[in-house]
Design a protein around this ligand. Structure first.
Ligand code: UDP
Ligand code: MG
Length: 329
């Protein structure tokens, strides 16, 4: 039998990994006790070395008071204001120390019962395990249709396929976390970045639980803004579409021009008057304004990137909790 050298890592199926759970929370004071309680009980069953990185995304409720003395195993990071979930996840990933990092929502919608199956997939070699919603029956028709269209649009133009219906309930190996942490962009559409780093995800279907308390923190307007970030960050399709439309309009105008000249020269009809000119001008002006708008959307994103502002700022950090000593196995 081959002797294992002392520095060689144990195979995944034998080792007990250090686990971090990154949990963004915005106004979730009513949910934190239940969510953190369930989660720490589940983590105790999975490993003896774990931490929860709770990222308070500028909550305006009682979260800071509740977390003045964080429960055992919890690291409390508070951002200086509400930077948005993508920034909160970025902050959490940067501070997580585990060999394995889970992302979970703070509202109790991500069932801890799925964690053993996700861990098992990692043990079998997956670097990225992603929980995918079985159905979206709990959402309004409007949100379901919007999501379907969003994934269709973003996937037409994106060089990497972005898994539809895969939220932020995921498990990453340290290699993926290091890759994500190395990406410098400011416009962070995390679902796109998870796909971009390229570790093929293993998908596990799940049914989200109802929210413990409160309602979704994403208004239709916020979702639309996030969708726009996703599309502009991962696709040049809108730019190409406008080029195609521009070419189409130019061809039509050329064809019409030729027809007018031929009709005038051959049939001797007078050239039609101003209504055609006005309609044509208004149409092309509209197309031009829209295309400038699309261009502006990309220029705005470039502006955000060149300013090089940090993605988030920390107001408080309770410090890393001790990771317990490994058990002997
Ligand atoms: N969240 C956040 N910052 C925000 C909005 C949401 O950290 O600006 C957190 C929120 O507290 C929750 C998670 O992101 O833990 C998912 O949010 P929510 O449940 O509102 O979204 P949904 O379940 O509707 O996708
Ligand atoms: Mg939720």
């Amino acid at each position: 039998m081959r002797q294992r050298s002392p520095d060689e890592p144990l195979p995944r199926r034998l080792c007990e990994p250090t686990i971090s759970v990154v949990m963004p929370a915005y106004d979730e004071a009513a949910n934190l006790a239940a969510t953190l309680g369930q989660l720490s009980a589940a983590l105790r069953r999975l490993s003896s070395r774990w931490e929860i990185v709770l990222v308070d995304d500028g909550s305006r409720d009682a979260t800071p008071e509740l977390m003045a003395a964080p429960p055992a195993g919890v690291r409390y990071l508070r951002l200086t204001r509400n930077f948005g979930k993508e920034a909160a996840l970025t902050a959490g990933l940067a501070h997580a120390r585990g060999e394995l990092v889970w992302l979970m929502d703070a509202d109790g919608q991500h069932p801890v019962e799925l964690m053993p199956a996700m861990l098992q997939a990692w043990r079998e070699g997956a670097d990225h395990v992603c929980a995918v919603r079985r159905a979206r029956d709990d959402e309004s028709w409007f949100k379901r249709a919007g999501t379907r269209w969003f994934y269709r649009l973003v996937n037409v133009g994106s060089p990497v396929p972005i898994t539809a219906d895969a939220g932020d309930f995921r498990l990453f190996d340290r290699r993926v976390v290091d890759a994500l942490n190395s990406l410098p962009e400011r416009n962070r559409f995390m679902k796109g970045l998870y796909a971009w780093v390229g570790f093929e995800p293993v998908l596990i279907a799940y049914t989200p639980l109802p929210r413990h308390a409160g309602t979704s923190r994403f208004s239709p307007l916020r979702l639309a803004r996030l969708a726009l970030t996703g599309i502009t960050a991962f696709s040049n399709l809108p730019l190409r579409l406008w080029s195609a439309l521009g070419a189409g309009v130019a061809c039509c105008a050329l064809g019409y021009g030729i027809w007018v000249v031929v009709e005038h020269v051959v049939a001797g009809h007078p050239v039609p008057g101003w209504p055609t000119i006005v309609a044509g001008m208004m149409f092309t002006a509209g197309v031009q304004l829209l295309s400038i708008g699309v261009l502006g959307e990309y220029v705005g994103r470039i502006f955000d990137e060149v300013k090089q502002r940090p993605v988030y700022l920390l107001a408080a950090d309770s410090g890393a909790p001790p990771l317990e000593e490994p058990l002997h196995w």
